[in-house]
Design a protein around this ligand. Structure first.
Ligand code: MN
Ligand code: MN
Length: 475
């Protein structure tokens, strides 16, 4: 008996076991986990594009006292809250720290774009009595997941005079929705023999938008299309050519939902990566005056490689740091920017795949995150021989592990699938390119990149707490 307990003590002292994050909650915290999820679901329901997410973020930040950087002049005092917007599609929030920024800063960076169907430049056409929109998918989707489900249209049309027309149709209870069709099983013998990637082709992802002909004149050609054009003009004041200068996406319609009898999970479109965006935003709102300047970055274009002037590969972040350096007494120098970046520490806040019991064969069970076990720390991304990997150093990993342990925040190590199974990346590599120490830290997800992604409420809350203490360890 005595021996057993000595062995158990030794086991507890030496072995590493990840405990369920649910088991680590007190009743007060359990309540917080669920109430945090309510606001998170509301965010997911109303922010389905990077523009909508960015608008939500900046509106919230302004309410909490963040001021546009261009409105502040002179030296920035510790505790000053400011933000940098980038074309309505990405942004950076900043809280000035007690130490000068050349001593470093702490950044949490997520992305606010998600896979979707974008309208082509000339989307509208009529065929066989139907009017449809041509689309091009954005990001890595399994194309067969998108037909036969209600879609909403979100986006903007910009007229030649610069006027912006907002469009959001398919979300309110009385709204019409849109959809991509699929073949009936009776005629799908050939389709069912195809490889999954060919079952639905990119050019078949056409969205049904109408069937009612223009009734006032039976002689005109393409009467259904004409009727849709008339409706678009009457409702939005737009003509067919205006669709050339539009960013309109079709996304899964409807609200984020609780999943499970116990309501422990959240099912919704776009949790990659708006779950980390939301958790970091909430964490950022709760920090006081940090020792080091804190930055909360929201990037666009991650799902297509982070290119473009709103993506993480752009100069946006460097420009933000340059602006901050320029406000310090030591003055504005290129060297100051480089020093700040080289001392910067970052969490790349992005989701990673959780172990799916129905598809366990693609994962190394011992090195996969599981839903409900806390924020997932991914030391390196990339597949096979770590090709294209961003890898956190042992030193930085240790620092974050220590921080989370000290605050009793549940975390788990987890990689993306088996070594030779595939792979993926985040914005971590682009932050590392600038000189920062970076670690991927985010919420584990099931059904990633699908129209209905699954996350555990306890992991979302763990991420929120982790980001908050990373910026402000005293909190
Ligand atoms: Mn992501
Ligand atoms: Mn993704």
């Amino acid at each position: 008996m005595k021996e057993d307990s000595a062995q158990k003590k030794l086991l507890d002292a030496l072995s590493f076991e990840v405990r369920s994050a649910w088991d680590r909650l007190g009743s007060e915290q359990l309540h917080q986990v669920f109430s945090f999820a309510e606001d998170y679901k509301a965010f997911l329901t109303q922010a389905k594009t990077e523009r909508e997410a960015n608008h939500y973020i900046l509106t919230k930040a302004e309410k909490q006292g963040f001021v546009p950087a261009e409105k502040l002049s002179g030296k920035l005092r510790p505790g000053t809250k400011l933000y940098f917007g980038n074309r309505g599609r990405s942004s950076a929030l900043v809280v000035i720290g007690q130490k000068p920024i050349v001593d470093g800063f702490r950044l949490v960076g997520s992305h606010i774009d998600s896979p979707r169907l974008d309208l082509k430049a000339r989307p509208l056409y009529e065929e066989d009595g139907l009017v449809l929109f041509k689309t091009q998918y954005y990001g890595g989707i399994k194309k067969y997941q998108w037909p036969v489900q209600p879609l909403a249209l979100h986006g903007i049309v910009v007229l030649t005079n610069g006027e912006r027309i907002n469009l959001c149709l398919g979300e309110e209870p009385g709204d019409p929705v849109f959809c991509v069709t699929d073949l009936l099983p009776h005629l799908a013998y050939e389709q069912m023999d195809k490889k999954a990637k060919d079952v639905v082709t990119g050019e078949a992802l056409n969205i049904v938008v109408g069937n009612l002909p223009y009734l006032e004149d039976l002689d005109v050609k393409e009467r259904v299309k004409l009727n849709i054009l008339r409706l678009l003009h009457d409702t939005y004041g737009i003509k067919e050519e205006d669709l050339v200068s539009a960013d309109i996406a079709a996304v899964p319609a409807g609200a984020a939902r609780d999943v499970g009898f116990d309501r422990s999970l959240i099912g919704a479109y776009g949790q990659d990566d708006r779950v980390c965006a939301y958790a970091s935003l909430q964490g950022f709102m709760d920090i006081a005056v940090p020792e080091l300047t804190a930055i909360c970055l929201f990037a666009d274009r991650e799902e297509v490689g982070s290119m473009g002037n709103t993506g993480a590969r752009s100069r946006f972040l460097e420009n933000v740091v340059a602006e901050l350096v320029s406000r310090e007494e030591i003055g504005s120098t290129d060297l100051g920017v480089r020093r700040a970046l080289a001392k910067g520490e970052a969490l790349s806040a992005d989701v990673n795949a959780a172990l799916d019991p129905s598809y366990a064969e693609v994962s190394d069970k011992r090195n996969s995150a599981r839903l409900g076990y806390g924020i997932n720390l991914t030391k390196y991304t990339g597949g096979r021989g770590k090709g294209g990997a961003s890898e956190a150093s042992a030193e930085f990993m240790a620092k974050i592990r220590q921080l989370l342990n000290a605050h009793s925040i549940p975390w788990q190590p987890g990689d993306l699938g088996k070594v030779d199974e595939g792979g993926g990346g985040t914005i971590a590599q682009f932050l590392a390119d600038l000189g920062m120490d970076v670690l991927d830290a985010g919420v584990p997800i099931l059904s990633m990149h699908s129209p209905f992604e699954l996350a555990s409420k306890v992991d979302v809350y763990a991420a929120y707490r982790a980001y908050k203490v990373f910026w402000d360890p005293e909190k």
